[in-house]
Design a binder for this molecule. Sequence first.
Ligand code: SF4
Length: 325
Amino acid sequence: MINKKIGFTSSLPVEVIYAAGHTPIDLNNIFVEGASAEYIRKAELRGFPRTICAWIKGNFAAALSANLDEVIGISQGDCSNGISLTAMLAEEGLPIYHFSFPQERTYPALDNEIKKLEEHFEVSRNEVMKVKKRLDEIRAKLITLDEWTWQEGLITGKENHYWLVNSSDFRGNPDRFEEELSAFMEEASQRNPSIPAHRCAYLGVPPIYRDLYDRIEDLGGRVIFNEVQRQFAMPYLSSDLVEQYLVYTYPYGVFARLKDILYQLNLRKIDMVISYTQSFCHLQIDNIILKKHIKLPFLNLEGDSPEELDSRTLLQLESFFEVYG
Ligand code: SF4
């Protein structure tokens, strides 16, 4: 069996790709961990406008640099810019497959989409379920790591972000991911609990700022709820594959997200909410609805390029803690 490198732009049923013996690669992680500014520059040289979200430009250049065999774009349930991104990648000669999270959010519709994905990769549901069982063992550990973050004070917001965000593709190697996760958790279990003065929630797509979590800790806060990153880790451990991707909130719009957010804010006794939006992103509109329904101190931060917090944004963060901290 030939192991192919399959890039993708947003979380999807990676079980199918692993079951086919291939390696899934979340392009967002390659972009943000790599030469991010250079990736953006390369995309702009190819004609991407300045007024397009940096993640789209970064994913474009990351896909071209990652030696991929194929890219899966999400044609429903993610960003509309993603469709144009995959068109540009097709122009570069990369084979493209489109997966969608049907917006009616019904079991038969999603089941059908997953079946088409399985047919594309020539794997059976049984083979996919075997992989799901294996990945669920790792997801169970991530749930524990998340509990250690908000219940035990053993894990920082940045560490929580790192492990949860990387569960979108398990960094292309679930066994190694689990080994590293277990070693990290062993070390973390020996720590003295550190209880933050301010229990913060982080909402929205992962931050493009490199030092946001550190600056929040400097101000006495700690992110103990990373909303979208936690969703990537499929935290409900549904035994059914389709069900797992039905309860996953991110593709189904702001009200699906809001229900999960309100429940978790209450459960985790959150004091302050930091909602991140990316420049030129449609989720800025969803943020209006989040702000309206969340009755807690609420700060919206907007980021553009992969860099440290600029002085204006840092000032906004400091003022927020000064007023509500
Ligand atoms: S941040 Fe917004 S615009 Fe950018 S890729 Fe994500 S959903 Fe699309």
